[in-house]
Design a protein around this ligand. Structure first.
Ligand code: FES
Ligand code: FES
Length: 161
């Protein structure tokens, strides 16, 4: 199969590399761009582990082809914390509420919550909790994740809860 030259902005940096048309965005981000925080579980849109933000929206990286993200602004979990290591409010909330154990599902959870609590797209508590139904976690029993989501819903957009 022929390769395509694909360019996109990943975590604020322009990335250009080649991939076949069949390559998913999640495989591209991991294999071509080295963003191994993009986890791959089910590969068919169910578990949520591969969630990244594309042009402001949380999307399943396994359900989108890399070629479809041509020219897009993509954010992965690697792009959330500040340069000095200060955690993004979503990361901090999950940390504070003990909302992870093995961490496999965590990048996807973080990216969905980050998209839904970004300035201008502030979701309410019900919407955040409903969005968590799209993420499978084998470890936590979801209670910590739910506490973090509730905290984030109560905080002003983009601020620490
Ligand atoms: S790996 Fe994409 S939703 Fe499971
Ligand atoms: S923390 Fe292990 S799968 Fe969620």
């Amino acid at each position: 199969m022929s390769e395509h030259r694909i360019s996109m902005t990943i975590n604020g940096l322009r990335h250009v590399s080649n991939a076949e048309a069949r390559v998913s965005l999640s495989d591209f981000l991991r294999g071509n761009a080295g963003c191994t925080g993009v986890h791959i579980g089910c590969e068919h849109g169910v578990c949520g582990a591969c969630t990244v933000i594309v042009d402001g929206l949380a999307v399943r990286g396994c359900l989108m082809l890399a070629v479809q993200a041509e020219g897009a602004e993509v954010t992965t979990v690697e792009g959330l914390a500040a340069g000095d290591g200060t955690l993004h409010p979503v990361q901090q909330a999950l940390y504070d509420e003990f909302a992870l154990q093995c961490g496999f599902c965590t990048p996807g959870v973080v990216m969905t919550l980050a998209a839904l609590t970004a300035p201008g797209s502030k979701a309410n508590e019900q919407q955040l909790l409903a969005a968590m139904s799209g993420h499978i976690c084998r470890c936590t029993g979801y209670q910590g994740i739910r506490r973090a989501a509730k905290k984030l819903a109560a905080a002003p957009a983009g601020e620490q809860p």
